[in-house]
Design a protein around this ligand. Structure first.
Ligand SMILES: *[C@@H]1O[C@H](CO)[C@@H](O)[C@H](O)[C@H]1NC(C)=O
Ligand SMILES: *[C@@H]1O[C@H](CO)[C@@H](O)[C@H](O)[C@H]1NC(C)=O
Ligand SMILES: *[C@@H]1O[C@H](CO)[C@@H](O)[C@H](O)[C@H]1NC(C)=O
Ligand SMILES: *[C@@H]1O[C@H](CO)[C@@H](O)[C@H](O)[C@H]1NC(C)=O
Ligand SMILES: *[C@@H]1O[C@H](CO)[C@@H](O)[C@H](O)[C@H]1NC(C)=O
Ligand SMILES: *[C@@H]1O[C@H](CO)[C@@H](O)[C@H](O)[C@H]1NC(C)=O
Ligand SMILES: *[C@@H]1O[C@H](CO)[C@@H](O)[C@H](O)[C@H]1NC(C)=O
Ligand SMILES: *[C@@H]1O[C@H](CO)[C@@H](O)[C@H](O)[C@H]1NC(C)=O
Ligand SMILES: *[C@@H]1O[C@H](CO)[C@@H](O)[C@H](O)[C@H]1NC(C)=O
Ligand SMILES: *[C@@H]1O[C@H](CO)[C@@H](O)[C@H](O)[C@H]1NC(C)=O
Ligand SMILES: *[C@@H]1O[C@H](CO)[C@@H](O)[C@H](O)[C@H]1NC(C)=O
Ligand SMILES: *[C@@H]1O[C@H](CO)[C@@H](O)[C@H](O)[C@H]1NC(C)=O
Ligand SMILES: [Cu+2]
Length: 569
C-alpha cells in the first residue's frame, strides 16, 4: 500500500451512481493522509527544494478496488495555497472534491487541511491525482490504481505476475510557481523543463550520474502490468522499451482492445496500462520516452530513460536504446492513436450516445493579447502577450469558486453564455485569421441540461502556434467518436464516426489543425472544468467550465458541500 495510507474499512454496503442507474454494491473505504511540504531532493546531481506530498516524488499511490471510496486528508505545510484533483475520477454528485482552484474550491491555505471524499464508480485501471493550482502539479502528483471489483470477474487478460506504476514527469531546476508567475508577468513562453523523469529519476542521457535512473527488475518468462501515467507539464510523449514489443490493454481507467505495438504516444493527462512479457535474452534494456512535438513552440527536447533489468544477469557494457519516432512524426503518433478502440465486450459493455440532443463546436487556439506592460514590451510575438482560448474566449480564473457561486447563486462570479458555436466561421485549419488573434477575456461557463446527450467537437485552429492539444474534461469520461485533420463538417464528418467501439477516455489529443468529436450523456450534475492539459496553454486561458444542471430526483442532484471546504480569502 502507498505511503500515507491510514486504514480501510471492509465490506460496507453503499449506493453509487453509474450511467444514471442506482446500483447497490459493496465497497471499501480507504483513508490517506497527504502532507504537502517543501522537501530537498537530489536529482540531476544537485539538491532542489520542491513541494511534495509525504516527501515523495512521484507522490504516494492511491490503491482501491472499482467502486470504492477514499478519504484523503490534505494538510498544507507549504508556502502557497494548493488544491488536489483526482484526474479521471468522475465523483458522481460530488464536484466539491474535484479540486481545480477557484473552480470547485478555493485553495487550502498554508497551515490548513481539507479532507477530500473521492468517490469511484465505473473506473477500472489506472488514473492519477495532481495539484490543480498554478504549476504545482509539476511535483505534486501520483498514481491511482483501481483494481477490479473484489469477487468480480478480474482482469480481461491473464493475471500478470506483478504490477508496477511508471510515472513520466517534468523536472525544472527552478521553483515552478516563480517560473510561471514570471512568464505570465511578461506574457512570453515559460522556460522549458530541464529534464523528464521516470518514477522521479531522469536516467542515463543527462549530464549527470549514471545512477540517477529507475530500474525495473523482471524475471525471465513473466508478464508484467505496467501502469503508465503521463504527468508531464507541456509535452506529449513517445515511449518504448528496447528489444521488446508490448500490449496496451487500457487507457484512462477503461479497457481497450489489446494493441500489440513497439511504441506508444501518450499525452499529458492520459494513462495507459501495458502488458510486458520479459521473454527476450536476459540482459539490461533501456525504457525511454521523449516528446512528440509538432509545433514551432519551444519544448524540452531531451530523452528520459529507465532500465528494464532481468534478474540474475551481470550488467552489460552497452545497454541498447529503443527506436523512438522522431519528435515531429505525427504519422507515427496517429498510427498508434488510431488503433485505440474500446474493449466493448459482454463483461465490459459500452453505451455510446446515438441520438445527440446538444451540439457544441469549440475552436481551440493559441492567440495574442495586447501587451499591458507600462515599462516595456511583452515576451510574445510582436511584443504582444501570448494568450489562448476556447471559442475565442480566454478564460479568466475568478477569485470566488464557481461551484460555490453556482450553488449559492452568488452574483458577478461567472457568466453563463459560453457559446455553442465559434463566434466567427472561417477556414479554421487553414487561415491564420487576424480577428482570432484578439480573444475576449472572460469567465464564461457552458450550461447543459441534466441528461442531455452531448456531442462536443474540438476544432484546432491555425491561429498563432497550431499544435496537438490534449483536451481534458473533469467529472466525465467521454467517447471519442471521430477525429481527422482539416475542418469538421456537419454534413460529411459524422459519416466517418465510430459509434461501435470508440474509446472511453478523459483526455484526448486534438490533432494539429484538425478536429476531434466526443460524446457523453450529461448524467453527472456539477461544475466541471475543461481545459488543455498542456499547462502553459491552460495558464494562458485554454479553459472553460461545463455546468451540468441538477436532475429531477434525489439521486440526480449535487450532494451538500462538506463543512470544512476551504473558503475564498
Ligand atoms: C476515514 O475518514 C473518514 C472521513 O474523515 C472518517 O469518518 C472515518 O472514521 C475514517 N476511518 C478510518 C478507519 O480512519
Ligand atoms: C534544503 O537545502 C537548503 C540548501 O539548499 C537548506 O538551506 C535547507 O535547510 C534544506 N532544508 C531541509 C529541510 O533540509
Ligand atoms: C484540520 O483542520 C481542522 C479544522 O478544519 C482542525 O480541527 C484539525 O485539527 C486539522 N487537522 C490537522 C491534522 O491539522
Ligand atoms: C555507472 O558508472 C560506473 C563507473 O563508470 C560503473 O561502475 C557502473 O556500473 C555504472 N552504472 C550503470 C547503471 O551503468
Ligand atoms: C515487434 O513487432 C514488430 C512488428 O511491429 C516486429 O517486426 C518485431 O520483430 C517485433 N519485435 C519483437 C522483439 O518481437
Ligand atoms: C531535438 O534534438 C535532436 C538531437 O537530439 C535533433 O536532431 C532535433 O533536431 C531536435 N529537434 C528539435 C525540434 O529541436
Ligand atoms: C537468482 O539467483 C539466485 C542465486 O543463484 C537464486 O536463488 C534465485 O532463485 C535466482 N532468481 C531467479 C529469478 O532466477
Ligand atoms: C501503421 O503502421 C504500420 C506499420 O508501419 C502500417 O502497416 C499500418 O498500415 C499503419 N496504420 C495506419 C492506420 O496508419
Ligand atoms: C434514437 O432515435 C431513433 C429515431 O428517433 C429511435 O428510433 C431510437 O430508439 C433512439 N435511440 C436511442 C438510444 O434513444
Ligand atoms: C516590468 O513590469 C513587470 C510587471 O510588474 C515586471 O515583472 C518586470 O520585471 C518589469 N520589467 C522591467 C524591465 O522593469
Ligand atoms: C483564487 O482566488 C483567490 C482569492 O480567493 C486568489 O488569491 C487566487 O489568486 C485565485 N487563484 C487563481 C488561480 O486565480
Ligand atoms: C461540408 O461538406 C459539404 C459536402 O462536401 C459541402 O458542400 C459543404 O460546403 C461543406 N461545408 C463547409 C462549411 O465546408
Ligand atoms: Cu493546448
Amino acid at each position: 500500500m502507498g505511503l500515507g495510507k491510514k486504514g480501510s474499512i471492509l465490506g460496507l454496503l453503499g449506493v453509487f451512481l453509474l450511467d444514471g442507474l442506482l446500483l447497490s454494491v459493496a465497497y471499501n473505504v480507504h483513508n490517506y493522509t497527504f502532507i504537502l511540504k517543501e522537501t530537498n531532493f537530489t536529482r540531476l546531481c544537485f539538491t532542489k527544494p520542491m513541494l511534495t506530498v509525504n516527501a515523495s516524488f512521484p507522490g504516494p499511490t492511491i490503491q482501491v478496488n472499482k467502486g470504492d471510496k477514499a478519504f484523503i486528508n490534505v494538510q498544507n505545510n507549504g508556502k502557497y495555497g494548493v488544491t488536489i484533483h483526482w484526474h479521471g475520477v468522475k465523483q458522481p454528485l460530488n464536484p466539491w472534491s474535484d479540486g481545480p482552484e477557484n473552480i470547485t474550491q478555493c485553495p487550502i491555505q498554508p497551515g490548513k487541511n481539507f479532507t477530500y471524499e473521492v468517490i469511484f464508480s465505473d473506473e477500472e485501471g489506472t488514473l492519477w491525482w495532481h495539484a490543480h493550482s498554478d504549476w504545482s502539479r509539476a511535483t505534486v502528483h501520483g498514481p491511482i490504481v483501481i483494481l477490479p471489483q473484489q469477487g468480480g470477474k478480474g482482469y480481461p487478460f491473464p493475471k500478470p505476475y506483478a504490477e508496477q506504476t511508471l510515472v513520466l514527469a517534468s523536472w525544472f531546476n527552478t521553483d515552478v510557481k516563480e517560473l510561471i508567475d514570471d512568464a505570465m508577468a511578461i506574457g512570453g513562453d515559460p522556460a522549458v523543463s530541464d529534464a523528464f523523469t521516470i518514477n522521479g529519476w531522469p536516467g542515463a542521457l543527462y549530464n549527470c550520474s549514471n545512477e540517477t535512473i529507475y530500474r525495473l527488475q523482471v524475471v525471465h518468462g513473466k508478464t508484467y502490468l505496467l501502469r503508465l501515467v503521463n504527468a508531464i507539464m507541456n509535452e506529449e510523449m513517445f515511449f518504448a522499451i528496447a528489444g521488446h514489443n508490448f500490449t496496451v490493454v487500457a487507457q484512462d481507467g477503461a479497457y481497450i482492445k489489446p494493441i500489440p505495438t513497439s511504441y506508444i504516444m501518450i499525452t499529458p493527462g492520459q494513462t495507459m496500462d501495458i502488458l510486458l512479457t520479459a521473454n527476450q535474452t536476459p540482459s539490461y534494456y533501456y525504457i525511454a520516452a521523449r516528446p512528440f512535438f509538432d509545433s514551432g513552440a519551444p519544448f524540452d527536447n531531451t530523452t528520459t530513460t529507465a532500465i528494464l533489468q532481468y534478474t540474475n544477469v551481470t550488467a552489460p557494457t552497452n545497454i541498447s536504446l529503443p527506436t523512438l519516432p522522431i519528435q515531429t512524426d505525427h504519422a507515427s503518433a496517429d498510427n498508434f492513436t488510431s488503433k485505440i478502440k474500446a474493449l466493448a465486450n459482454n463483461d465490459h459493455p459500452i453505451s455510446v450516445p446515438q441520438n445527440v440532443t446538444k451540439h457544441v463546436l469549440i475552436t481551440v487556439s493559441v492567440n495574442q493579447l495586447p501587451c499591458e506592460l507600462t515599462n516595456g514590451t511583452c515576451g510574445g510575438p510582436n511584443g504582444n502577450r501570448i494568450s489562448a482560448s476556447l471559442n475565442n474566449i480566454s478564460f479568466a480564473t475568478p477569485t470566488t469558486d464557481i461551484l460555490q457561486a453556482y450553488y449559492r447563486s452568488l452574483p458577478d462570479v461567472f457568466d453563463s453564455d459560453f457559446p455553442n458555436q465559434p463566434p466567427l466561421f472561417f477556414n479554421f485549419s487553414g487561415v491564420n485569421s487576424s480577428t482570432y488573434l484578439l480573444p475576449e477575456v472572460g469567465t464564461k461557463v457552458l450550461l447543459i441540461e441534466y441528461g442531455a446527450s452531448v456531442e462536443l467537437v474540438y476544432q484546432g485552429t491555425n491561429v498563432g502556434n497550431p499544435e496537438n492539444h490534449p483536451m481534458h474534461l473533469h467529472g466525465y469520461s467521454f467517447y471519442v467518436v471521430g477525429s481527422a485533420y482539416g475542418n469538421w463538417n456537419a454534413t460529411t464528418s459524422p459519416a466517418t464516426y465510430n459509434l461501435n467501439d470508440p474509446p472511453l477516455v478523459n483526455t484526448i489529443g486534438v490533432p494539429k489543425n484538425g478536429w476531434t468529436a466526443i460524446r457523453f450523456v450529461a448524467n453527472n450534475p456539477g461544475v466541471w472544468f475543461m481545459h488543455c492539459h498542456l499547462e502553459r496553454h491552460a495558464s494562458w486561458g485554454m479553459d472553460t467550465v461545463i455546468v451540468v444542471k441538477n436532475g429531477p430526483s434525489k439521486g440526480t442532484r449535487i450532494q451538500r458541500p462538506p463543512s470544512n471546504l476551504p473558503i475564498c480569502a
